[in-house]
Design a protein around this ligand. Sequence first.
Ligand code: FAD
Length: 635
Amino acid sequence: MGQAAFDIISPVFETEYDVVIIGGGHAGCEAAAAAARVGARTALITISAGMIAQMSCNPSIGGIAKGHLVREIDALGGLMGCTADASGIQFRLLNRRRGPAVRAPRAQCDKQAYRRNMQAALAAIPGLEILEAEVADILRRGGRVRGVETADGRRLGARAVVLTTGTFLNGVCHVGGRKFAAGRSGERASVRLAESVRSLGFRMGRLKTGTPPRVSGATVDFSRLESQYGDDPPTLFSFFNREPALPQRCCWITYTNPTVHRILEDNLSRSPLYGGEIVGIGPRYCPSIEDKVVKFKERATHQLFLEPETLDGETIYINGLSTCMPTDVQKEMLEKIPGLEEARVLRPGYAVEYDFVQPSQLRPTLETRALRGLYHAGQINGTTGYEEAAAQGLMAGINAALAVQGSEPFVLGRNEGYIGILIDDLVTRGVDEPYRMFTSRAEHRLLLRIDNADRRLAPHGRRFGLVSPERFRRFEEKWERIDRALDYLRTRRVDRRAQDLLGCESIPAGQPLEQLVKRTDWDLSRLSPLLDREGLRLEEEESVVVGTQIKYQGYIDQQQRDVERLGALEARLIPPDTDYGRIAGLSNEMVERFSRVQPRSLGQAARIPGVTPAAVSVLNIHLELRQRGRLPASP
Ligand code: FAD
């Protein structure tokens, strides 16, 4: 059997699928669900069916910018939001006191419930089969993907394949000086598939991530720790979900101290990170504890969150203590942390190094340019995080199914959602360190709020059959209520009856109602009696949208104008056959940069790192001339 992607001459396939998804992680689940629901006959092939939707690291979904991604996934009809709501044991809205653009939901989840709920959701999707196998080869014919071959020799035909192998390609785990091949602790690495992918000629690299030790909840002394409770009422991910399905739990806070730091410093030479064993680049914003101690020497303590991984609290995840120190050092360090002195380690922290494929080799649909019909999504593209993976999986799944049907691809603009920003960043800039989403990556973040993700994206989800007619009707009704309330507040003024109803004589008659909403000492809830009288009753979340739209209207309009201004660049599409080497006036360096990314639009071309405004202008003139028929098409 070959260990490289190869051209098949006389294929005999056990089964023919439209779309095959390799991997049942967060990207794979969304990709499989989306492809099947768009209408493709789909198979999800994964090494262990029981581990589908495993949260490899932290037991939480969402957070700043990641919560935005989950809302967007939900608005498009993806599964992550509902699954997190059904599995959440603590919900918090982060940045509650900051501006509406950066507020974001986060949930602690019961990891087992998350897996169970996601697996049940997938099982209920018609047209989706789940197969337990290791894929060893990607099969191709004539520059197109043609299927996959499993390690046990089965050949499955496919017109599109979505590769979502996370940290598994050539995965190597490290605990102190001990290293072993694994995709994550206890699960075998994908070595043959890594060779198959490499043989397709992709530029690949090595990244690294790490995870903290897990300890037994029964052995932690919680009585000495600060508790952290969730919000009441909670903010859930999925639009229309109001109540968590599971009982809620608290988390606890503890701290490292100089003794812990000294233990780490004394043993730095035994860390694979500092001993030169690990070459992969790790996430800068999520450093290991040994990294934190070295890089922030001035800090006497670091905060740690103790988070239950399940409802029963049996396993506790120590957020902030990611490490790959030898197990004896991990134990010694834990013994010096308040509350953890007697803690029994269930699983030591470890680091994993893995291959990723440089995502600048992808089209904005996440299809590879090297092989038609092959899509990459998730951590294989150099991202970190469940949410980033799920967002890419959803888009790759939709596009794979659309391509099989011969339909137009689906690409989201940067002004339409964080998902658009994520994919544009990956394919335009590539990655040189693990990529995670931040709200600061968005140019127009007041337009991309968690509260309007449904307005921005649900129509797309409906178009592709991912959002049901019933759910879409509820979205439409909600936005009609919001628009009516906005119209009322913007066009009416305070009158005698309003003064009576609001019980506030000091409000001058004749003042526009929207002026009241703009006042810092007022919020929209004070106007509820008035809205109720007009039959414009709003739900809590709808009020937030109306209040935001009015209070921030000036900024929102400004960002909208920016979007329109930039829209011309985005709308100027570059024909895929453009030969940059033949464009007069472009330097070799610019030709190389454009050719490497092959931008879809002038807007994307302008965002390629190192591309100069002059080069964009030359390209623009070339496109203009070509459009007017004054230049021959490239041969
Ligand atoms: P995964 O969730 O890894 O799923 C990959 C899937 O592919 C698995 O189901 C696997 O069985 C399957 N698969 C692999 N090879 C094959 C094959 N040949 N055939 C069939 N199936 C195959 N993220 C953070 O944001 N912060 C962190 O601190 C963090 N720390 C991490 C620490 C560790 C130790 C690990 C392992 C991961 C960590 N992550 C962290 C990353 C997080 O787990 C990923 O971002 C996320 O799971 C990626 O989703 P994915 O779908 O791309 O891949």
